[in-house]
Design a protein around this ligand. Structure first.
Ligand code: MTE
Length: 338
């Protein structure tokens, strides 16, 4: 996330991927192109993706089993030419995860110190069946699904990522929310020993990193709790072992390494809203018509890009998911509620 950028040109921190490498990656990933004819949420479409180049992880046994029983469901809507999968190296090498530093390559270099096993998540607040649950208990009753989604960062870069996980709605339903549960609030782990960015006195964030959703957004079928990507478990830098993915919102809503899910009555204040409320709102819906105060949101740089090929494309309303989610915001002034 960028804060206090001197000039708009600073946004163009091009990856220096040589074009030959970039083109061969594109060919490799080309197999998934053409599947994007609408969200097949009710279908059973397996992405024809070849993950043989993706380094193997070492998931615990239960997670390995869940991953191998994945149901291949929704694919990204859109343009088969443009919406090819982002290579794994880019998705796991260019990250925002301030707990490990503010540089894009800091998380991949430093997140090895995060211990993701054992992991537990507290579900509390306005629920009848709260408690502390192991990650396995959270995952066990649900079928893993693969969802290929666009990820659009508020900084105006984007990727297309195949996530593995379960609908957040299933976890919420199991907790039996009370009638006062209007919002869901999420927290990331706080442990400066494991997360060097939390030791920095220059950090803007008042830890823990916090995010929130309105209840209907949290219950929406597109909203995913991811435990894997590219056919394997999540790399630490991508938010292992459990992260949120809300594809129609700017990437900062997709909170990583979640340890607490609270059902609450009042609208939570999320971390970036707390830091710069005139720049980052609660809703953070992708919207090409509402610019960030310091840069345009009309276009995005799809990664990987290079000096030779900037790979710029128009940003779509709700990141291309308007057919699925626009009705959630009927009557809401999206300029005011950015
Ligand atoms: N979650 C936590 N806990 N800390 C963070 O710094 N960064 C957010 C989001 N989730 C962040 C976070 C931002 S700004 C973005 S764009 C996405 O994670 C990036 O996800 P990625 O690195 O997997 O692409």
């Amino acid at each position: 996330m960028m804060i206090k950028i001197a000039k708009p040109s600073d946004l163009h921190d091009f990856d220096v991927t040589p074009e030959s490498v970039y083109l061969s990656r594109r060919r490799f990933m080309g197999g998934v192109a053409g599947l994007g004819a609408g969200l097949a949420l009710s279908g059973n479409v397996r992405a024809n993706a070849d993950y043989s180049d993706v380094p193997e992880g070492s998931p615990p046994g239960w997670l390995k089993e869940k991953i191998s029983a994945t149901q291949w469901k929704a694919v990204t809507p859109g343009d088969p030419e443009k919406d090819t999968l982002t290579p794994f190296d880019d998705a796991s090498g260019y990250n925002n995860f301030y707990e490990f530093g503010s540089g894009k390559t800091d998380p991949a270099r430093r997140a090895g110190s995060l211990k993701t096993e054992p992991w537990s998540v507290v579900v509390d607040g306005e629920v009848n069946k709260g408690g502390r649950f192991s990650l396995e208990d959270i995952a066990k009753p649900s079928q893993f699904e693969e969802r290929i989604y666009r990820l659009r960062c508020v900084e105006a870069w984007s990727m297309v990522i195949p996530w593995l996980g379960i609908p957040l709605a299933e976890v919420i339903k199991r907790a039996e929310p009370t009638s006062k549960a209007n919002y869901v609030r999420f927290e990331t782990l706080v442990d400066p020993e494991q997360m060097p960015g939390q030791r920095s006195s220059f950090s803007l964030i008042d830890w823990p990193y916090v995010e929130g959703l309105r209840m209907d957004e949290a219950m929406h079928p597109l909203t995913l709790l991811a435990m894997g990507m590219y056919g394997r478990e999540l790399p630490n830098q991508n938010g292992a072992p459990l992260r949120l993915v809300v594809p129609w919102k700017y990437g900062f809503k997709s909170i990583k390494s979640i340890v607490r899910i609270s059902l609450v009555e009042e609208q939570p204040v999320n971390s970036w809203q707390l830091i710069a409320p005139d720049e980052y709102g609660f809703y953070a819906n992708v919207n090409p018509e509402v610019d960030h105060p310091r840069w345009s949101q009309a276009t995005e740089r799809r990664l990987p890009n290079s000096l030779f090929r900037t790979n710029t494309m128009d940003t779509l309303m709700f990141n291309g998911y308007a057919d699925d989610v626009a009705e959630l915001y009927a009557g809401l002034d999206l300029r005011k509620h950015y």
